[in-house]
Design a protein around this ligand. Structure first.
Ligand code: SF4
Ligand code: SF4
Length: 166
């Protein structure tokens, strides 16, 4: 049987391993499937409820919290944790560093979203999530190359999703 960790343990482990981006980029050291648990082991898998890559943002994400509260300290922490300077060569500016979630429609898109090639590709193909895309297994987008374990788990999620649709 799959061992489970609760959301708080998940977030604690994430911060311990030191992630570098949204979602799985942060948590490469633990089971990437945990954010999918409610779909994998419960309700029907719904691409609309997942981010474009298949991840679900933790409810307590400090980047989101900092953005909603316009909290400069939290934004600064997220800026460093997400390695925004190294990845995008952007100096810290609280007015420019924010994230309102992968699927935000009524808020501006932050730098991580704007630069995510998986997100832009899924949007261009009018998918709610890459699990709807039959090119997923062979897709060589940067996110998948950097997080192959995550990709494997998204592929597993896709199999379950396609089985459910039959
Ligand atoms: S699709 Fe990109 S921006 Fe959205 S959660 Fe996944 S990695 Fe982050
Ligand atoms: S080709 Fe398919 S799997 Fe790859 S990023 Fe685009 S929508 Fe996602």
């Amino acid at each position: 049987m799959k061992s489970k960790i609760n959301r708080r343990e998940f977030l604690t482990k994430c911060s311990m391993v030191g992630f570098t981006g949204c979602g799985l980029m942060v948590c490469s050291g633990i089971s990437a499937l945990e954010p999918f648990a409610e779909f994998a082991y419960g309700e029907e898998i719904d691409p609309k409820k997942l981010n474009y890559c298949g991840y679900k943002c933790p409810e307590e994400c400090q980047f989101l919290k900092g953005s909603l509260e316009d909290n400069i300290e939290l934004k600064k922490e997220a800026y460093e944790l997400w390695k925004i300077k190294e990845r995008f060569d952007i100096e810290f500016d609280p007015d420019k560093i924010f994230c309102f979630g992968c699927k935000t429609t009524d808020k501006p898109e932050g730098v991580v979203l704007v630069n995510c090639t998986v997100r832009s590709c899924a949007i261009s193909k009018e998918y709610d999530c890459c699990i709807e895309c039959l090119e997923l297994v062979d897709c060589d987008k940067d996110l998948w190359s950097r997080f192959p374990e995550f990709k494997k788990q998204v592929i597993e999620l896709q199999k379950k999703y396609l089985e459910e649709k039959q």
